[in-house]
Design a protein around this ligand. Structure first.
Ligand code: GLN
Length: 484
């Protein structure tokens, strides 16, 4: 059951082969069997899920159910979910039961899908290994001594171990694509503004974007159909038609122009990862694509630019967590100052504090021009590089991450080494472009992702490019031996 695609599950539900309650129970049993080991879920919504499944079964019986009705999914714990703990993996929100649904959750509920639970993540989505969570590290199902990637590591581990048929994630600098790469998944970060951010706990508002984490491009397209669209409650959401993302999956790739940025194949890239990515590109050539080397000359500015912009925005976003209205509050504050200081001091973890300090510093009056303004200028240069590149090519390809999954604890003492795990994904967020990671092979038994970057609103093209590859290869169907 748990290796079926979403369209297979949908067909089985619609023709009565099994019910949504049976399907949901199957996944709840798998979660029950494996979550202690993986720590992929912060909250499992047993009763609620079965209730949603019963409601979906009624629609299925009455033939009023949509294509995804009755199919379970897991939400990253960054999406506000009414009546359910929504912690963003922080002690600060470890008592926060959301009074409302994020737009993404609302839309997915309206499609009749069943929420299995909320997945673990790096605290407030800050991290690349899922080790900054207040709820503890998540393990990679491919090797439980290794990280699943982050920050959407819980969704990635849940998907890799087939504890959910599909999951949501968010990507501020790589948090969908990098864990997808490390866990052998298909992950899509859409164009900034494609999916509403309303009710998605903000990390860096000008970079955050939600997206699907799936077993295949076809599954990702089906969920994107439900997630995408304008939302008047998010002022950065864009009014742009939502096509049926499944309609163009099979289009021919004859004549597709692929650009390989030379900066993505330089120092720091594991040669075995490079070879795997190059082999994937060869598959595209056999499908009729042409390949040329391109340049993104300002690539080396991406990590430093991001680590000014993202902390600056997070220092502002997290200021609302002050122990007064919601979230963690310290015991017996002696005055207001003490309440703020101790609540925040106790509620936030080390990495989050590091970001708040850096961001506040970068925004302070004396340093604003030197850091924040300069970073915004660099951001423009990075966007312009892509703009020029897309004059000559249709999609850009390269590695998603420089290495396969690293060992737990390997980079926890070295923030800069951790930051470099996103070296190939961050520039896409700074430019607001859509990007994907798809399974492209293995090195020493560990998955490698191919990254595909498209022009603004080219999600349908990316999914088409990914889908055609998945018809030629079966990397995306491989699952870890311990979780069959
Ligand atoms: N790893 C990056 C960071 O720590 C990106 C995280 C993300 O995309 N949410 O900020």
């Amino acid at each position: 059951m748990h290796n079926k695609s979403l369209s297979e599950l949908s067909a089985s539900l619609h023709n009565g082969e099994f019910s949504s309650v049976e399907l949901t129970q199957h996944y709840l049993d798998r979660i029950n069997a494996h979550n202690d080991n993986l720590n992929a879920f912060i909250t499992v919504c047993d009763d609620r899920a079965l209730e949603q499944a019963r409601a979906a079964d009624e629609h299925l019986q009455q033939k009023t159910a949509g294509v995804l009705a009755g199919i379970p999914l897991a939400h990253k714990d960054i999406f506000c979910t009414k009546g359910v703990l929504t912690s963003s993996a922080s002690k600060m929100l470890s008592n926060f039961i959301s009074p409302y649904d994020a737009t993404v959750v609302e839309k997915i509920n309206a499609a009749g899908m069943v929420t299995l639970g909320k997945t673990n993540m790096d605290e407030f989505a800050m991290g690349s290994s899922n080790e900054t969570s207040f709820y503890g590290a998540v393990k990679n199902p491919w090797d439980t001594n290794r990280v699943p990637g982050g920050s959407s590591g819980g969704s990635a581990a849940a998907m890799a171990a087939r504890l959910a048929p599909i999951a949501t994630g968010t990507d501020t600098g790589g948090s969908i694509r990098q864990p997808a790469s490390l866990c052998n998944l298909t992950g899509l970060k859409p164009t900034y503004g494609r999916i509403s951010r309303y009710g998605m706990i903000a990390f860096a508002s000008s970079l955050d974007q939600a997206g699907p984490m799936a077993k295949s491009a076809e599954d990702a397209a089906l969920l994107l159909n439900e997630m995408a669209g304008f939302d008047e409650r998010d002022s950065t959401s864009i009014e742009h038609d939502v096509p049926d993302y499944t309609a163009t999956l099979n289009e021919s790739l004859q004549g597709l122009r692929i650009g390989l940025p030379k900066e993505f194949f330089g120092e720091g890239l594991d040669p075995n990862v490079a070879a795997t990515v190059e082999a994937a590109v060869k598959v595209y050539e056999s499908l009729g694509a042409t390949v040329k080397e391109i340049t993104l000359p300002n690539s080396s500015l991406a990590v430093p630019t991001y680590y000014v912009v993202a902390p600056a925005e997070c220092s502002s976003n997290l200021s609302r967590m002050d122990g007064v209205r919601f979230g963690h509050r310290c015991d017996n504050p002696k005055d207001l100052e003490d309440l703020y200081t101790r609540s925040r001091g106790e509620g936030f973890g080390e990495e989050v504090k590091r970001r708040i300090m850096t961001g506040t510093y970068a925004l302070s009056a004396g340093y604003y021009d030197a850091y924040y303004l300069k970073a915004q200028q660099c951001r423009r240069l990075i966007s312009n590089d892509f703009k020029e590149a897309f004059d000559d090519v249709d999609v850009i390809m390269g590695p998603t991450a420089p290495t396969t999954a690293f060992a737990l604890g390997d980079k926890t003492d070295d923030p800069v080494a951790m930051y470099l795990a996103d070296i190939y994904t961050i520039s896409t967020n700074l430019a607001g472009l859509p990007g994907m990671s798809i399974p492209a092979g293995f090195v020493d038994g560990l998955p490698v992702g191919l990254q595909i970057i498209g022009n603004y609103f080219d999600e349908a093209k990316l999914l088409n490019v990914a889908h055609r590859y998945q018809q030629e290869t079966d990397w995306h169907q491989q699952t870890p031996a311990a979780f069959k």
